[in-house]
Design a protein around this ligand. Sequence first.
Ligand code: ATP
Ligand code: MG
Length: 537
Amino acid sequence: MANFIEEIIEKDLAEGKVSEIITRFPPEPNGYLHIGHAKAICLNYYGTAVKYNGKCNLRFDDTNPVKEDDEFVRSIIGDVEWLGWKGDVYYASDYFDVMYETAVKLIKKGKAYVDDITPEQMRAMRGTLTEPGVESANRNRPIEESLALFEDMRAGKIADGALVLRAKIDMASPNINMRDPIIYRVLKATHHRQGDKWCIYPMYDFAHPIEDAVEGITHSICTLEFEDHRPLYDWVLTEGEFENPPHQYEFARLNLERTIMSKRYLKKLVDEGFVDGWDDPRMPTIAGLRRRGYTPTAVREFCERIGVAKANSEVEYAQLESCIRDELNITADRVMAVLNPLELVITNLPDDYSETLEIENNPQDESKGTRQVPFSKRVYIERDDFAVVPPPKYKRMTVGANIRLKGAYIVNCTGYDEENGEVVRVYATLIEGTKSGQDNSAVKAKGVIHWVDAQTAGDVTVNLYESLLLPYDGVHEDFSERLNPNSRVKLNSKVEKSLIGVQPLKAFQFMRQGYFCRDPKTGEFNQIVSLKDSYKK
Ligand code: ATP
Ligand code: MG
């Protein structure tokens, strides 16, 4: 079934209103992109431009020099390309001349005026939803005077904030956005691309429609908060006399359970050191997800599954996880890693015993082949795969039990060593004739556990992750009071030999543990996602 954006586009194409679909993704370069932006990119690029054989511009909405940075520009291009976008890059700041000329045109038409209103007065005179606003004394300033003052603003003769240019629309409009909004302000700041060429900067609502018009955008798709700004969008294009004006359509933004989805707050996490940077694997940024081991296909699949709607809602985090889990279930090789190691000594093997086992990389997919896994007298097993006093129905190791070491033999657990009340070593004997694949004994095992050969194991650091934020407890609204102290747990773990030196970001299933890959920066292993839904309530 077509979503409402597709319905609009198909109608416009059928009626010949447009011949080529041109959309844009217009981030402000004031931070790294997050998973919400991925939704906007997928909609504008895959869902629209690619689907209808058009194009999608990446346009930096760099009209506010104070918050913008080239680092953000570079990261955004990298992230958008990682998602598979192809197209041309534009900068709104390249259109400052057109914006300036449009402003002059509005003044000349009597549709804009220079005012000396302060932000406080602006607020006080704006009115409310039920009361009209108050007209400024400068509203009917002669056109010549406004032109001269606007020129002074542009020439740097006016202090920051002393004068503004306002659109002259309607102070009694039921839509507060139409009550003579500010369209230009004085700001003596250096722009990341324009340097000191400008000391006046356009406001978003004035700049955005012009940017769309200059690029010939046909469908300007944005999030619902901008619905009430659409009349102003249309007003700027009409009064600015742009031909073939673009049209704005609004869709519901992505809200993800327990996830901060605002560059401003994400920047706070970075600046205040709550995380290791914008690409910390716990961050909901595209850079964080990449480093965590998410793939572009999984992110796209997520955007497909959540769909495009006109009403806001919150998506469960588990939905994002199931997309990467479903993909890795097919693509990732199975290997063995022991996250919390406990030594197991096989007492009936000679000290120098060693054997190489051949183990399948994916039992559900023969085409994935096999690998060589060393086995010897001492192996590591998972600490919680042994219990001195087993709980009922325990299927793992306990004294007296027969347990299969995955891909190897059945062993019989015979005892353990304890130091200061902690189990430090477990003993077992290997049962002859029980080798995996060649077992024709009648011996039964209670369960199967994974293990790693002690002699050849690799020592690695493994990072387990939980949500950055604790669930909302009804009291702590502010995210800085809801930070989860266990969002990252570092473990000293053992991995099988085949994992030593594997390439970063190549995903593996650590059997019975989850999906992991090596971090490209630290070389540690990051948990991509657990095997089962960990966010289930
Ligand atoms: P933020 O508050 O995170 O900075 P923003 O909307 O101010 O978000 P922009 O850089 O202006 O950030 O966003 C670029 C585009 O991405 C916009 O068209 C915006 O509508 C879209 N977008 C931003 N957040 C989301 C979201 N959570 N879901 C869907 N689209 C989003
Ligand atoms: Mg913004």
